[in-house]
Design a protein around this ligand. Structure first.
Ligand SMILES: Nc1ncnc2c1ncn2[C@@H]1O[C@H](COP(=O)(O)OP(=O)(O)O)[C@@H](O)[C@H]1O
Ligand SMILES: [Mg+2]
Length: 256
């Protein structure tokens, strides 16, 4: 078995001539938390969508767990265990927190809703759903409707519904975006816990989160790989510093 679970060669995505992801070679080691970072517009989300097959690359190839997945559909790669958070359009606001996780478990088993399932099967789902809620710290919220959950807890629910698919590799795009400080701390702990025995690709803007979680980091800028290594290595790379400073300068300019 190869050390790398996911590899890209020459991965490129153009939008009407604009190169959003440019000749990216990624190698993600099995069992690690791999960070994908970079200033705004670097191509992180586009890369993420390519890896999970929500976008088709213009050029290049993607290998996952020993097979070429370049031509596959999102549902196919999900069945192989490569799952993005929000894969299953996440949360139904009018269902309870528990029901949301149960639906995710049912989908994993059946692929679609099946209202003719036996009570014992449904109870089985309930037990597993409660375990997953326990894992993400939502036991006390099980009976609330998902729409009533505070924002940070919604992200935890989304992670629970992702875990329901029993992913081999999880891809998370900015899981802490828009969160309060306390919620960020909880999600960091949660990601660390659910990463046990899995591979995680984490696209993240918050560098404190990245430094606390990631074993290895790829820095993208203007669609290309700018630097790679552990946090200390990339954080002192002058090109990386310049790219981030440039980002801040342009953000400041944009906001007057
Ligand atoms: N569907 C699209 N059509 C045209 N341009 C796009 C599209 N998606 C992203 N882009 C452009 O590609 C670049 C990278 O975007 P994105 O991957 O969202 O960056 P990041 O997630 O790093 O902020 C940006 O300049 C963005 O405007
Ligand atoms: Mg993005």
């Amino acid at each position: 078995m190869s050390d790398a679970i996911l590899q890209t060669v020459g991965l490129t995505k153009e939008f009407r001539g604009f190169v959003a992801v440019n000749d990216v070679n990624l190698s993600i080691r099995r069992g690690t938390i791999h960070g994908l970072i970079g200033p705004n517009g670097a191509g992180k989300t586009t890369c993420f969508n390519l890896l999970t097959k929500f976008l088709q690359p213009t050029r290049g190839s993607i290998r996952y767990d020993g097979r070429d997945i370049t031509g596959m559909k999102p549902a196919e790669v999900a069945r192989l265990g490569l799952v993005r958070s929000f894969q299953i359009s996440a949360v139904f606001p009018h269902l309870s927190v528990l029901e949301n996780v149960r639906v995710a478990l049912q989908r994993q088993r059946g692929g679609s809703f099946d209202f003719w399932r036996s009570d014992s099967l449904l109870r089985q789902y309930d037990a597993r759903a409660r375990e997953l809620l326990e894992d993400v710290g939502l036991t006390a919220y099980a009976g609330l409707t998902a729409g009533e959950l505070p924002y940070g807890r919604k992200r935890a629910l989304e992670i629970a519904t992702t875990l329901a698919l029993d992913p081999v590799m999880m891809l998370l795009d900015e899981p802490t975006a828009g969160m309060t400080h306390d919620d960020v701390g909880r999600i960091v702990q949660l990601i660390r816990r659910v990463s046990a025995g899995r591979t995680v690709l984490l696209v993240e803007h918050n560098l404190t989160v990245v430094s606390g979680l990631c074993d290895f980091i790829t820095v993208l800028a203007r669609g290309s790989v700018l630097a790679e290594g552990d946090y200390a290595t990339v954080a002192r790379n002058p090109d990386v510093i310049a790219a981030y400073l440039g980002d801040e300068a342009s953000t400041e300019a944009a906001h007057g």
